[in-house]
Ligand binder design. Sequence first.
Ligand code: ACM
Ligand code: ZN
Length: 420
Amino acid sequence: MGNESSLKKELFPGEPVYGYRGAMLDVSRHFFGADAVRRLLDVMYRLRLNKFHWHFADDQGFRIALKDYPKLEEIAARRSFTDYGGFGKKEFRDNTPYAGVYTEEEVRGIVAYAAERGIEVIPELDMPGHLSAIIAAYPELSCSGEQIEVPGTFGVLENTLCIGNDNAMRFMDGLLHTLADLFSAKTFHLGFDEVLLTHLETCPKCQSKMRELGTDRVEDLKLYAKNFFRDSLKKRNIKAILYNDGMEETDASVICYHWDDRDKLREKTVQRINEGQQTIIANCGYFYMDYPYVWTPLKKSYQFNPVLEGVAKPENIIGVEAPLWTESVKSYSKLAFNTYYRLAALAEIGWFGEKRRPYDEFMKHLYENEAYFFGEKLNIPDHILNPDPSRCADMKNKWLMEDMDCEFNDAKKILPALPA
Ligand code: ACM
Ligand code: ZN
């Protein structure tokens, strides 16, 4: 299985253009167990994707049972409801309790399974925002210290690590290193996306730390935290990755993860790349695999050029990644429907770069080889992958406002062979 003889080498001849060819799986919003993860790793292996970015910590759940942090399993891995309907709208609340966790043994097993297939597992501890589940378990980590519940609502929430509290910083640092040990990590994703600084602005401990740092900008407090954890990893030769919206200044020792293309953020990333920053391109409008095809048709993803306009030093783009956020994905069959063809497209971009074949040839090749890549033939037709724009407006609206499964449920009627 994991040995070279099971790889069809002729499908990806020569050397890849990009050394980093990744997929991300969010298991916080919805949990996918060890078997599902291995199944995804098998697909990645056959597509020569070599980085598995594991997003197991977010507001809606922390998914590893760590012996030294028992409340993570008791509290942070559970929530009492999920807003699953229109994109996170309260009127679609599902009050079924939700829980899921990997054991340390399972994590070690998956890291080894991936390594046998040439895949590096990159753990992510998303902070100092997106931290509600951990704060629910250890409320002393937040500015107010108030007890909160693990939320079943989605979006950008205000619960943040109290950066001014040295004990809270030490706790997170301990957790970070416990995880780094568990994963034997060489690279670690620290998050820093979508951080709301509201609580820090009025917190006495945060204000006091700002005075100590000689600043009246709360953004400098965030920068202090970022440098603190980056340096803590650096002491162990572990490289940090940060989301691009959380990087205020150029910092040559970290890898930039370009997801957010909005406002001036693309220009900033381009400037960083040109100044020497290693960068992964995971552009949300092209590579986010939770988006329905009416939003991001396959052809659009396939034709995306990761060398962003204005990049003068493309050698600093170390690779590409397609993330699967799972607010709207709770079954393996939807995971397969949303991701398999997109991963094949990403694999082609990552391996061949600008020399990738034209889209129609790529699709012919994909249909011919999909039973090998995916272990089964999905046969998803073009009218689903690249829907007629006249159909899209209604479906986009429906997906956003009332039913995140509308496209998938339509497709299921004609795709009986989707994996269960
Ligand atoms: C992200 O989508 N918040 C990285
Ligand atoms: Zn604080």
